[in-house]
Design a protein around this ligand. Structure first.
Ligand code: 5GP
Length: 189
């Protein structure tokens, strides 16, 4: 998506060779009109699939996922991050390693909101090592939901997320693919 690349070059801040900050439009301050445009890209790519729910992880995936759910006219389910296991029989839970914080968290979903046979589209702001998507997919499997696809706003293609997800047959659509980051350097694939 050319407009997204332009926005990343104008407003993104590459902190080092791993982390890109885009908090002026995506995950701190939100450019609502721009996020609505992003959601249209996801809608156009995935519209031929049957999508019953959009799913994301709190908190940085919520803006693009909310807008995409609006386009599809389906509910948005926000998976929750907990500091520790809360072993509750009404919840699905799985441990996930956080790329940005270098810690583990428990990813949880109420059993009420993921139902057997539902087709879910997972939307997130970034794809790095793929751990967030793989964790969400473990919850979908427990709930017997089908993962119809994954929509990512910014993929860091020099990290192994895409390979891991493609190796298990997941359809990933990324709106911008970054091939290289470094202090002050942002290059696209
Ligand atoms: P993964 O699980 O693919 O390793 O990492 C994905 C998650 O880590 C995303 O949900 C996102 O919140 C966060 N993340 C990964 N890389 C970046 C980055 O370069 N910048 C920001 N702001 N978040 C990132």
């Amino acid at each position: 998506m050319e407009l997204l690349k332009k926005k990343i070059l104008e407003e993104g801040i590459a902190l080092d060779k791993d982390i890109l900050k885009v908090d002026s439009f995506l995950n701190h301050q939100v450019d609502v009109k721009f996020i609505m445009d992003i959601s249209m890209e996801f809608y156009n790519y995935f519209k031929t699939k049957k999508i019953d729910k959009i799913v994301t992880i709190e908190s940085s995936g919520i803006a693009p996922a909310f807008a995409t759910a609006y386009r599809f006219g389906v509910p948005l389910v926000i998976l929750k991050k907990q500091h520790s296991s809360i072993l509750n029989q009404d919840l699905y839970e799985t441990k996930v390693h956080s790329f940005t914080k270098n810690t583990d968290y428990m990813l949880t979903a109420s059993k009420k909101f993921l139902n057997e046979g539902e087709n879910v589209l997972f939307i997130d702001d970034f794809l790095a090592n793929g751990e967030a998507v793989l964790g969400a997919n473990r919850l979908f499997k427990e709930a017997k939901c089908n993962l119809s696809g994954v929509g990512i706003v910014i993929e860091k293609s020099f990290q192994p997320g895409r390979e891991k997800l493609e190796s298990i047959g997941i359809d990933i659509y990324s709106l911008a693919r970054i091939s290289k980051l470094d202090k002050g350097v942002i290059e696209f694939k």
